[in-house]
Design a protein around this ligand. Structure first.
Ligand SMILES: Nc1ncnc2c1ncn2[C@@H]1O[C@H](COP(=O)(O)OP(=O)(O)OP(=O)(O)O)[C@@H](O)[C@H]1O
Ligand SMILES: [Mg+2]
Length: 255
């Protein structure tokens, strides 16, 4: 079978990751289908960011295998940057660089392009995420939280990667800005055919944006499926998460 036709964008098998005596991911397995938006939920400190960072090769693993687009990942391949874009949990724009240079950063790192072409690409990416050309000259300190997320998204999309990793993209945004960001992700996923792997606590995002949701508990994926299936899960942590007082209240309000 042609690897490019593989049904899965990401396949994780038996992944073990820890720090010192702490085991964070304990024989975790997970498949992300091509073209889907997969949401990941889990307790704070449970290992969601560690999982994402291990898949992209920023954290070494102690065991298991990871395949991205049909290719086993081992080291820090230089081609990696063109396979995925990442929006880290802590926004992480370079504060000393203007928006334009932030978006162009992956281009400079990976390609040799004329300044003119890089400027065109930066503007196109900014417009794609709903920002204006004049925002290109602003500095990170001059942006709102929602704009910062959009610039980080434009930068993640700079090299047209087929996979997008988002670590709590709507945290810290007001509900309207969060809803706008969700709509943007959905549109980008549809128009660009992206595979999106998204860590989120946002019940609205999980319900409206994600094709499937995976729950991480005790270092493993304990439930995975469409949101309506997760709501039926018998796993104690998953039940507590979706049926605890706080989320009941939110779900009630969402009706
Ligand atoms: N580089 C590191 N060195 C040592 N320990 C780490 C490192 N990165 C993460 N950890 C530990 O791994 C555990 C999981 O952290 P992680 O950031 O993945 O949690 P999380 O599920 O993303 O939580 P949150 O929802 O709060 O973002 C934590 O106990 C954390 O302290
Ligand atoms: Mg995290």
């Amino acid at each position: 079978m042609d690897v490019s036709q593989d049904e899965f964008a990401i396949r994780v098998r038996d992944l073990v990751v820890g720090f010192g005596r702490q085991t964070v991911l304990d024989h975790l397995s997970l498949d992300v289908r091509r073209g889907e938006i997969l949401g990941l939920v889990g307790a704070s400190g449970g290992g969601k960011s560690v999982l994402m960072r291990t898949i992209i090769g920023l954290i070494p693993r102690q065991g298991g295998t990871i395949e991205v687009m049909g290719q086993p990942t081992g080291g820090h391949g230089r081609g990696a940057a063109t396979t995925w874009g990442i929006l880290f949990q802590q926004g992480a724009l370079f504060s000393s660089l203007a928006v334009r240079q932030n978006v162009q950063f992956p281009l400079r790192e990976n390609l040799v392009l004329s300044q003119e072409l890089m400027d065109e690409i930066a503007i196109a990416k900014l417009e794609m995420v709903g920002l204006r050309a004049q925002d290109a000259d602003k500095y990170p300190a001059e942006l709102s939280g929602g704009m910062t997320k959009r610039v980080a998204l434009a930068r993640a999309l700079a090299l047209d990667p087929p996979i997008l990793f988002l670590d709590e993209p709507t945290s810290g945004l007001d509900p309207i800005a969060a809803g706008d960001f969700d709509a943007l992700i959905t549109t980008l996923q549809k128009t660009l055919g992206l595979t999106v792997f998204m860590v989120t606590h946002d019940l609205a995002s999980l319900t409206t944006v994600c094709d499937r949701v995976a729950a991480l508990a005790d270092g493993k994926i304990v439930a995975i499926g469409p949101m309506r299936e997760l709501l039926q899960s018998e796993h104690p942590w998953v039940r507590a998460y979706f049926h605890g007082k706080r989320s009941q209240m939110l779900q009630h309000e969402m009706r």
